[in-house]
Design a protein around this ligand. Structure first.
Ligand SMILES: [Zn+2]
Length: 490
């Protein structure tokens, strides 16, 4: 008995030693308590005003495109063309499907795969133009408080103008890129890219193009404190993005008067199905960008958190349970289930013969909308239902690798512009236009080189959106660096 006890104790001791050693040797990011200031980058008055004037065009995109004022799109493009005469003299530009704009800058070496920079010039509606909500108006393009104010200043006319500024400056210096550079300015990212990026992808495929790297939005540099225990900036680079599908379930039952109801109503059945779907969600998984992100986030955690990350061979389920409790972390680990719409009877005393439930799923890369459908069918077992997807599902993207020139370029540039920043691969939760580009490159990165505090992050798609001049100057420097140095040998 004593011997058995001794064996157990030593086994436990060995286990603890293994856990501790694995924790201490795990490749967590090296943290520093000192966050240096970002680089100061010079910017001309002309660059600032070219961008600010571009904000004045209310290029709002609506789900129902009949609501769009396309003449504003036309005048915006005319404005841009006149604002950057040299760019449009030297780059070839094409208009696809009326409003999708593509610029082509020919490089020296046609045998190299080109790179594509993507931005969109549509914006979401301002929600209000009340001065109480928008201190400087959504479409006045005012320069105030050291910032360019208005809708689209972050998301994402800034990138469109920064790309044009970069090309303009490089052209003026006589620079010719090694490989071809393409710049896409999309007209309907905010409503899914059906008229823009989707058509662009078809056009590029027909041309037989395949890109070395594609850059789009979908990550930012976040200020210290974004992750617990980390007093440094974190640059989140989206390596992939989740898909989205809304399924509508029509649950059948017996309608009629409420005075003689059946024992089980359609609404009651729908409730059971909803409970099943919430209680038994699609399984959690750790995909590569999230594993890489945990190396950074884990560095700021206490020893127990670090131990769970470093010892997934034993503690993975514990780690996933912990992540599940936080909605943001949960979204990184699974296809999420959000019951968003319900429709039943309109009358107090009327039984609905059919109850409609709409559930919005954000699909984790590795699963498809078909997997989600099978999951729903399983949850509906025993009931008569009809299931459909009112809008075309968007499948999740592929995951781009955390190495190679395209990714290294982002790291190099961030180190120069935002010294002391931790760069981490990440999964972009929202959708971007490059979801349409999956067949056009194996290296697609979603990242906007701006340092945003939590309030600035919340201003996206909200009131009082602005871009600080410092951020805009660094944005131009970032894209200039990428265009200029992609093929510089190190
Ligand atoms: Zn955007």
């Amino acid at each position: 008995m004593k011997k058995l006890f001794a064996i157990l104790v030593s086994a436990l001791l060995i286990l603890v030693i293994v856990l501790v050693i694995k924790t201490l040797t795990y490749p967590f990011a090296k943290l520093s308590d000192n966050q240096p200031e970002p680089a100061k980058v010079a910017i001309s008055e002309k660059s600032i005003s070219r961008f600010a004037k571009g904000v004045q065009f209310a290029t709002i995109s609506y789900i129902d495109s009949a609501e769009n004022n396309f003449s504003v799109y036309d005048s915006f493009r005319l404005y841009v063309r006149n604002a950057f005469p040299n760019v449009f003299k030297q780059l070839h530009d094409t208009l696809i499907n009326k409003h999708q704009w593509l610029l082509h800058w020919k490089g020296k070496n046609a045998s190299l795969k080109p790179i594509l920079f993507m931005s969109h010039y549509d914006v979401v509606a301002p929600g209000s133009s009340d001065p109480k909500d928008w201190k400087y108006g959504p479409f006045l393009g005012i320069l105030a408080d050291g910032r360019i104010q208005g809708r689209g200043t972050i998301d994402m006319k800034s990138v469109a103008f920064a790309l044009l500024e970069s090309a303009d400056t490089l052209l003026a210096s006589g620079f010719i890129p090694e490989r071809d550079i393409y710049i896409a300015l999309d007209p309907d990212e905010e409503v899914g890219g059906i008229r823009g990026a989707e058509k662009l992808a078809i056009y590029l495929k027909e041309k037989g193009l395949f890109f070395e790297t594609i850059y789009d939005e979908g990550g930012i540099v976040a200020t210290p404190g974004t992750a617990e225990g980390i007093n440094q900036n974190i640059a989140f680079v989206g390596m992939g993005e989740k898909g989205v599908v809304g399924y509508r379930i029509k649950v059948k039952g017996l309608g009629g008067h409420s005075s003689m109801p059946p024992l089980e109503s359609a609404a009651g059945r729908a409730a059971v199905i909803m409970q099943r779907l919430e209680k038994n969600q699609l399984p959690q998984r750790l995909i590569e960008p999230t594993e890489n992100f945990l190396k950074v986030a884990g560095a700021g955690m206490g020893f127990m958190g670090k131990m769970a990350i470093a010892n997934q061979w034993l503690l993975k389920s514990l780690l996933l349970k912990q992540m599940e409790k936080n909605p943001q972390a949960n979204a990184l680990t699974r296809t999420t289930t959000a019951i968003t719409m319900l429709k039943g009877s309109d009358g107090n005393n009327v039984l609905a013969p059919e109850v409609e439930v709409v559930i919005n799923f954000r699909i984790l890369p590795g699963e498809t909308s078909k997997d989600v459908l099978a999951h729903i069918q399983n949850a509906c077992k025993g009931y008569e239902v009809e299931i459909d997807a009112p809008r075309i599902p968007v499948e999740p993207s592929k995951i781009s690798p955390a190495n190679g020139r395209g990714f290294e370029m982002i790291k190099e540039s961030v180190e120069k512009l935002y010294p002391g920043t931790l760069v981490t691969p990440y999964l972009t939760i929202g959708a971007t236009d490059c979801k349409h580009m999956g067949d056009l490159s194996d290296h697609i990165y979603r990242f906007m080189p701006v340092l945003l505090n939590p309030a600035e992050q919340r201003s996206i798609h909200n009131f009082n959106e602005y871009m600080s001049i410092e951020n805009y100057a660094r944005m131009i420097a970032h894209y200039s660096y990428l265009m200029k140095n992609f093929d510089t040998k190190h």
